[in-house]
Design a protein around this ligand. Sequence first.
Ligand code: CP
Length: 329
Amino acid sequence: MSDSTASATATMPRHLLSIADLDADLIRTLLDTATQMQDVQRREVKKIPTLRGRTVINLFFEDSTRTRSSFEIAGKWMSADTINITGKGSSTSKGESLRDTVMTIDAMGVDALVMRHSASGAAHQVAGWVDAHVINAGDGTHEHPTQALLDAYTMEQRIGGLAGKHVVIVGDLTHSRVFRSNVLSLRMLGADVTVVAPVTLMPSGIRAWSETDGFALSNDLDPILTGDRGVDALMMLRVQKERMSGGYFPTAREYTVGYGLTRPRLQRLVADHPDVVICHPGPMNRGLEISADAADAAQSLILDQVAAGVAVRMSVLYHLLAGAEGGAA
Ligand code: CP
């Protein structure tokens, strides 16, 4: 790591629980370091000694493919010892409380807890119980800060700096921690943001939030996609069926017609905006919020987002664990 990267770590927060823990300069530092980490990712031998002697625990109480594996790879490539613990295989299945579980793991002398939990605020609570650095890998419907960082990184790699760019986020806003973290990071980076959802999937309080943080709301997708403002990036969100207890839309077909990135909608979008990029945090419901044509289109950055997840999480681990404590190598 360069001296400038290491010195910039002094003001990093102890934990990464929310994008609100950061500011535009810290986000820039994390994304710049991710660029260096992506160089490691492209090497034949993907191993640097930066986190040698450090222990990172991935503690996942909800399922994950991308986040858990990319944190594990990130730690391993930086020579940390990484261990995965899931809710099903841990003593929480015998009734142990979250507090006792994390304090037990912390007592072993670990350096970082990367935690996913179904309860909003769980990572924040855990940060108050342990000495380890806590990284929120998704807490309920609250936040998923490393997802927002990797989304910003991926978009910037393709369309350049996000200041003044128009990013449109579409879908199940009510249940999306990705949307909440993304709005915060995109606004900090100077992007214009419009969020689109049916009335039933607009979270309560969003109008007041949109006025405070300066983003636009709409219940009608097509006028946004065809409007004079243009679209630089379109982010489709997963319909989170597992968090839905009631009927949020009449039928899947009606949702797709109104809010899905269907083939005809994609064709119109690309005809109007040939340089547009398409993002989705994954996992996707192909055929519901995004068509196969859109997911696999030349404009799709979905696998680039996955790749960036490793570099960005290396950067986060580096800045929280190594940088401020002189452990960089
Ligand atoms: N985007 C995301 O968090 O994916 P996983 O649930 O697979 O980690």
